[in-house]
Design a protein around this ligand. Structure first.
Ligand code: RIB
Length: 308
């Protein structure tokens, strides 16, 4: 069985569906409210588990009700939670999410315990890395912890996949320890330290070149409805998106990254084929409300791929 380690964030998402995303100073009368498990790390862990991987999740939640609910949810998915630490001094992370009728969202995160996940926590989980195939990382926990995890993974021969979300500039040492990086255009701009205006002037290919110049061996630039651009020292290729009518794009990127990690961990697909599989996962996640409730199971992905 393929084994994936995810080191990252765990949140409870508080979601309101609304006609449009409120602007600064605006109050919008939304519709229904739902609470669902979220957090980029947890979403990617659950996404990978639903696709059939054996998943170990390294994270930090509070000693509160949301923390209990997170742990129950991960256990129900068959995820190993031995390294989901309980923090007595911080609350479980919360995502405040507005989802508009066109499926777009805006997310504000109160990180809480996520920002207290330490390199020492990774060290405690070191034994779980042995024999695993892929380490999957995002940027909702401290960067020193991301680096510590990438270095342990490197030492133990795992492939390191970094989803550099939310957008930010990150140290070269992390980028040098990454095998596959998966930014969207905004996140690519963040990594390169250039403005949104500057990034608009760059073609997808030149953006990929810029990202690869920072250190990772390969890059998958995600382009929403335009699919993805997959690039490495071998050149680049485009992967088409699966057209769907979006209900809520929250966690579509997480489903994509989970799919990519699982496909790579299986070791049977080239990066562009893995990105196509990932793209099917992301498309399916966009058709349902909520982060973890929307993550597809392997059978649904195979069905969508078979319909092509
Ligand atoms: O990627 C979506 C996730 O971002 C949400 O679940 C929210 O909690 C934030 O972490």
């Amino acid at each position: 069985m393929t084994r994936i380690i995810v080191v990252g964030s765990a949140n409870m998402d508080l979601v309101v569906q609304t006609p449009h995303i409120p602007g600064p100073g605006e109050t919008v009368l939304g519709r229904n409210f739902v609470m669902a498990l979220g957090g980029k790390g947890a979403n990617q862990a659950v996404g990978a588990a639903r696709l059939g991987a054996d998943v170990v999740f390294v994270a930090r939640v509070g000693q509160d009700t949301f923390g209990d609910q997170c742990l129950d949810g991960y256990r129900d998915e068959g995820i190993t939670v031995d390294y989901v630490f309980r923090d007595p001094d911080a609350a479980t992370g919360v995502g405040m999410i507005a989802v508009a009728d066109d499926g777009e969202n805006s997310i504000t995160v109160a990180s809480g315990a996520n920002m207290r996940l330490t390199p020492q926590d990774v060290e405690t989980a070191r034994g779980a890395f042995a024999g695993a195939d892929v380490l999957l990382l995002q940027l909702e926990v401290p960067l020193e912890t991301v680096l510590a995890a990438a270095l342990v993974a490197r030492e133990q021969g795992l492939r390191v996949v970094l989803n550099p979300a939310p957008a930010q500039e990150i140290p070269d040492e992390i980028l040098a320890a990454v095998d596959v990086i998966t930014p969207n255009r905004v996140e690519a701009a963040g990594l390169m330290g250039i403005s949104d205006t500057e990034v608009q002037a760059l073609s997808d290919e030149n953006l990929a070149k810029g990202v690869l110049g920072l250190g990772p061996s390969e890059a998958v630039i995600t382009l929403g409805a335009q699919g993805a651009l997959v690039a490495g020292s071998w050149g680049w290729t485009r992967v088409a998106a699966f057209p769907v009518t979006p209900v809520d794009t929250t966690a579509a990127g997480d489903a994509f990254n989970a799919g990519l990690a699982v496909a790579l961990a299986r070791g049977t697909m080239a990066l562009d084929q893995a990105a196509r599989y990932a793209s099917a996962c992301g498309a399916l996640a966009a058709t349902k409300l909520g982060a973890q409730p929307s993550l597809p199971a392997a059978a649904a992905v195979v069905r969508l791929l078979g319909e092509e």
